[in-house]
Design a protein around this ligand. Structure first.
Ligand code: ADP
Length: 167
């Protein structure tokens, strides 16, 4: 019998991507033949980075990983999964409040399409305190974010600050 290629989607805002996301991505890319990281572009959270910038950062961060594809989507994740014909979703879990939200989303997504399975990876404790929103807060208050994010994020945010200061 022909061997099926196992593909998963890791969706998120990634505004910006943190070392916590990178850890989940590295672990998931070891579990699946291919991992599609896809930026959700219709999130209601106030965005720091444009979708283009987020996609660019992801491309640069994972350029050395042959089994990772970067993409973005509008609308429902379930519709994106159907378009891609990939029904395994990866999500990361940090706290109990993550669990409550993710539990609801996983059930809703399965109600929308029975083929969807959501797989959860527990954060490494090193990253359990890191969130994109805390990075945004530190950045907006001129704090040092270097230890929490990949180098490309630090560089992009530094350029963004310079662009703003030069306006
Ligand atoms: P969303 O806005 O869809 O929650 P995020 O970019 O904030 O997107 O997060 C994407 C996924 O990564 C979510 O499943 C989230 O719980 C998970 N995640 C975020 N930060 C971490 C972290 N530090 N460790 C593990 N998982 C994380």
């Amino acid at each position: 019998m022909e061997k099926k290629i196992k593909i998963a989607i890791y969706p998120g805002s990634f505004d910006p991507i943190t070392n916590g996301h990178v850890d989940i991505i590295n672990r998931a890319s070891n579990l699946f033949d291919k991992l599609i990281i896809t930026v959700a572009s219709n999130n209601t959270k106030k965005a720091l980075l444009s979708i283009d910038r987020r996609v660019d950062i992801l491309n640069k961060t994972f350029s050395n990983k042959a089994n990772i594809e970067i993409d973005y989507f509008n609308g429902l994740l379930v519709d994106y999964a159907i378009r891609k014909n990939v029904f395994t979703i990866v999500r990361g879990l940090r706290t109990l409040s993550d669990f409550e939200y993710e539990f609801r989303m996983a059930i809703i997504n399965r109600n929308l399409d029975k083929r969807i399975e959501t797989i959860f990876l527990m954060t490494d404790e090193k990253y359990s305190h890191i969130s994109s929103s805390s990075i945004k807060e530190i950045y907006n208050l001129n704090g040092d974010i270097n230890q929490f994010v990949p180098k490309t994020v630090s560089k992009t945010l530094c350029n963004l600050k310079n662009e703003k200061n030069n306006k």
